[in-house]
Design a protein. Sequence first.
Length: 622
Amino acid sequence: MEKLKLHTPDLTAENIEKLAALFPNCVTEAKDDQGQLKRAIDFDQLRQELSNHIVDGPRERYHLDWPGKREALVAANAPIAKTLRPCREESVNFDKTKNLFIEGDNLDALKLLQETYLGKIKLIYIDPPYNTGNDFIYEDDFAEDTDGFLRKSNQKNEQGERLIANTEANGRFHSAWLSMLYPRIKIARNLLQDDGVIFISINDIEVSNVRKICDEIFGRENFLGQLVWHSKKGGGGGVKTVVNEHEYIVAYAKENPEMAVGRVEVEAQALNLSDDIGPYRKSRELNKWGAGSARADRPTMYFPIPGPNGEDVYPIRNDGSEGRWRLGKKAMLKIVSEKNALYERRQDGSYIVFEKIRSADVRYKSYRTILTDAGTASDGTARLKELFDGKAPFDFPKPVQLLTKLFVIGALDDQDVVLDFFAGSGTTADAVMQYAATADCSPNFILVQIPQKLIGKFSSIAELTKERLRRAGAKIKAENSTTIPNLDIGFRVLKVDNSNMADVYYAPDAVKQDDLVAHTDNIKPDRTPEDLLFQVLVDWGVDLALPIEQQKIAGKAVFFVDGNALAACFDPKISEDLVKELAKRKPLRAVFRDSSYASDSTKINVEQIFKLLSPETEVKSL
């Protein structure tokens, strides 16, 4: 029986396979750390494939670079053996909600979400910690110590003597910040739908670097705009230079800029004229004017159409020379045949032809880069005070008005998913719930927050965030109970943790026969059946927000996810009767604990039973 792999995808291996499909002559072999042959890429050959001249070494090119960038790329691609553990007691409406709150490092969380939410997120909003010159709480494995960084970036000599003052401008803090953000945005792009959009709040210090990172990851052609948010008004009396009253929000599309954002609807244009068919309005001129309007520019666009008195009408320019029509012959004749051509005679006897529009069509205009009616920082603080008995337990929260404005720009619709992996105080979730209560649609949210320690009432930012979600949800529900009784104000808490599988540190030749019995059960003793279920959901790429039901079958607890999408049983001594009963229900997937079968014969017969009673079911063991 096939085993679940129990770790996130190895993106490096996947990228090698993709390159091998495009450039098979660049595939070679190399030895790994154990001396075994593995597939690899001949980078010199690949560089030659991508160049129109002979490559003899590295060449200068325009790109953003910093000490630690390659390590950041490796960190984005490297697999992890971690899982998400459910926490019912901290959740709200755990069994039915479609919202998720993930507690843990967001790089791990993004990797664990890859298979389940690949290409399924409509909108990502993040407000990453701005560069203040301090070290980060996001200490990734590739992070360098200060001394190592200073040597690599030529700020210390070989004798350890300092060459450059350790100021915010010297690059160390910028590089650490970029190394933190780069792999997270790189993975986040994979989660977006084709018409998805990402909004990144940022200030003056790092906005240029964020633009360069996103140009590299998303492509410059998918840049939507650098929005300007008027974040505060007044104040700044102690500032000796220029008072900063704004922040930026950088916006990029996944790969379809025109579909990624919405437009503002304007009133319909009136039908103010009438003929024997009915009302109409005069629309665009069908004669082409300006550059490229001469017959010589497009000879095929010079042809006659029937005029109002049966005569041939040709496109004539203002100087009396031969011109061209705006549309092709088939389209022009269709307009004439449907009596939607409006002729206006000029003094020289030629005609200007317009198109008649019969319906009161709605006009649209695009959003602008200056955000209006998007609240201020003081509005964000006021919302926290409203929820927390007059005291704001978090500094500088974004206002709900800003997020709902971005939801409108991002064309957020029913059942769309919003992701925020720097959740902070939880403004994004608050805004999603308020948006669902007013926009006649039901989007859902996924929030990720590292449990950064706090001093005071809340032990960590994650605890504060969860409490805000509880209070905001209850308040929004109470305010809309009569109009939207089924409003989803719940959230399912999941926590990033080490794998549920027992750690084995012995080499095969170091394991004694007496130790073998201890390794027959490969699950850590403190893990619950529901922990195992969520590891299966993560590994199999099943939606983590699907409803879960637990039933007793043949005396054993069986989990059913979204009806028959997945059936799982992790109880000991599973019998063939249980397996047969599950097979009769024909689930899409079934999973059992590898050490839980009542006998070896049952374990051997599981696949045969499903092949006989439910051949479409995919069966795996944990």
